[in-house]
Design a protein around this ligand. Structure first.
Ligand SMILES: *Cc1c(COP(=O)(O)O)cnc(C)c1O
Length: 467
């Protein structure tokens, strides 16, 4: 063994203590550190010939890189849809690396059983029945991709071809219908050989909505003349958190032949609250469901789940047959269900957080985030004449813009000024024909005081912009 490595092995308990002390300082400092860093990152260096040992590496990281990392785990980073990591999920994440289990198969470890238990808990939380089986993936993009890959195989079944054997070309053109799909759906269609252009937009409801107009969807399906299609329903759009009427869409299957995929990346968490659960009623009727965990469950990156009612088709697409791995039979190993073979025990952070805080603890996070989004929305609408809301705050996202001249340049300038102040982070978007900003609440730490700090920063920089 190299002497530096041997030394690290010898001092492992002290090393872990140093890492723990450093991590605790960083976590405790989250409230005070700048929410974003806009300075240039250090230039890349050469690989060190002689190692510095783990303590040396930690010192170098702390000095050279850590200062430029954002406060995205903290309470005032409201860009994209960004969760943090609850204390319990962080514990689970550390232990994931300690045990370093490979959950591709169940060989010699109970780790895959823990993953199955966690998938069962999540299925319950989101109101899915046992007809849905689940698998962990790295994020909602991959979850959407897996769901649509199963949809593609199902289309093959309907048309009498095996896409997983013959290729996507055997299928002919595919129709994918959706009202306000997330950008990752187009990416998935590109990956799957279906093609981005096959994503056909269906009109949304009038009156400042992003939810699909179900009658127009029915008309679009009707025009397909009995050809099976794929419908991507959206449960929580990123700009205004609108929800398609899942029950009404599912009911269309009595008349039309389609695979129903639901992208509930963060909107699925509405199911945790009695006040908002109605928004995802009908989710169980979906053929495939995507839910992100690194957003509103507040586990560290990278974690999401994929559920489906057709695990048989999923295995056709993803099975990894090899003499030494064995063919699937019974409960298939996870490597036969997703693009990955070897991977980490992704369930452990979620298992820890759900065990630590339960359904009630996670319901509280969801409801508090929604209440804070409403608070910010109300304050923007009532107290800042220079800003205006672009939609009612339906759940956890505030979508707003400049009241005068909302040009791309000016809207981005406001986002930049807020980020440069280190007080908050919001991200630009384009909604209802105008450049806009989004403030998305999904962090477990965010308080009323944080929300008011975000508000003050927006108000101050909006006023500067008008000067
Ligand atoms: C975030 C998001 C995705 C993509 O999720 P990643 O975790 O970034 O892969 C897909 N759909 C919706 C609705 C999202 O909010």
């Amino acid at each position: 063994m190299h002497p530096t490595l041997a030394d690290d092995l010898h001092r492992l308990p002290e090393l872990l203590q140093s890492a723990r002390d450093f991590a605790a300082r960083e976590m405790n400092g989250l409230d005070d550190r700048p929410v974003a860093h806009l300075d240039k990152a250090p230039a890349p260096g050469h690989v060190p010939a002689e190692g510095a040992g783990a303590e040396g590496a930690l010192a170098r990281f702390a000095e050279r890189w850590a200062p430029g990392f954002s406060g995205s785990a903290g309470p005032r980073y409201l860009g994209f849809v960004t969760g943090g990591a609850t204390p319990a999920s962080l514990t689970g994440d550390w232990l994931t690396s300690v045990y370093d289990q490979n959950v591709s198969g169940s060989g010699g470890s109970s780790a895959t059983a823990l993953e199955r238990e966690t998938l069962g808990w999540l299925r319950e939380l989101f109101g899915l029945s046992e007809a849905h089986s689940g698998a962990f993936v790295s994020g909602a993009t991959v979850s959407n991709t897996v769901g649509l890959a199963i949809a593609r195989e199902w289309l093959g079944e309907r048309r009498g071809v095996s896409v997983s054997r013959q290729g996507a070309g055997a299928l002919g053109p595919v129709d994918v219908l959706s009202g306000s799909p997330h950008s990752s759906v187009a990416k998935a269609l590109s990956v799957l050989g279906i093609g981005r252009d096959r994503l056909r937009p269906v009109p949304v409801l009038s009156g400042n909505r992003e939810a699909v107009d179900v009658e127009r969807l029915a008309a679009a399906l009707d025009a397909l003349d009995g050809h099976p299609a794929v419908v991507v329903a959206n449960a929580g759009t990123v700009n205004t958190v609108d929800f398609d009427d899942l029950r009404a869409i599912a009911a269309l299957r009595e008349r039309y032949d389609f695979w129903l995929h639901v992208d509930a990346a963060f909107g699925g968490f509405a199911a945790l609250s009695p006040s908002y659960a109605h928004l995802v009623e009908g989710l169980d009727a979906a053929d495939s469901v995507c839910v992100d965990l690194h957003k509103w469950l507040n586990v560290p990156y990278d974690a999401a789940v994929q559920f489906t009612r057709r695990q048989d088709l999923q295995v056709q697409v993803f099975h990894n047959a090899s003499p030494y791995l064995g063919l699937p039979g019974g409960d298939p190993d996870f490597l036969h269900l997703t693009p990955e073979n070897s991977r980490r025990l992704r369930a452990l952070p979620a298992w820890f957080s759900l065990t630590a805080y339960g359904r009630e603890g996670h319901r509280e996070i969801v409801e508090r985030n929604v209440a804070l989004a409403r608070r910010l929305g109300e304050r923007i609408a009532q107290e800042v004449p220079g800003l205006r809301l672009l939609a009612p705050v339906r759940l956890n996202v505030v979508c707003f813009t400049l009241a005068d001249e909302p040009s791309e340049e000016r809207v981005h300038a406001l986002a930049h000024a807020v980020a440069a102040s280190g007080e908050a982070f919001v991200t630009p978007t384009f909604y209802a024909g105008t450049h806009a900003l989004r403030a998305a609440f999904s962090n477990w730490r965010t308080s009323e005081a944080d929300t008011d700090r975000v508000f003050e920063s927006l108000r101050r920089h909006c006023a500067d912009l008008r000067r």
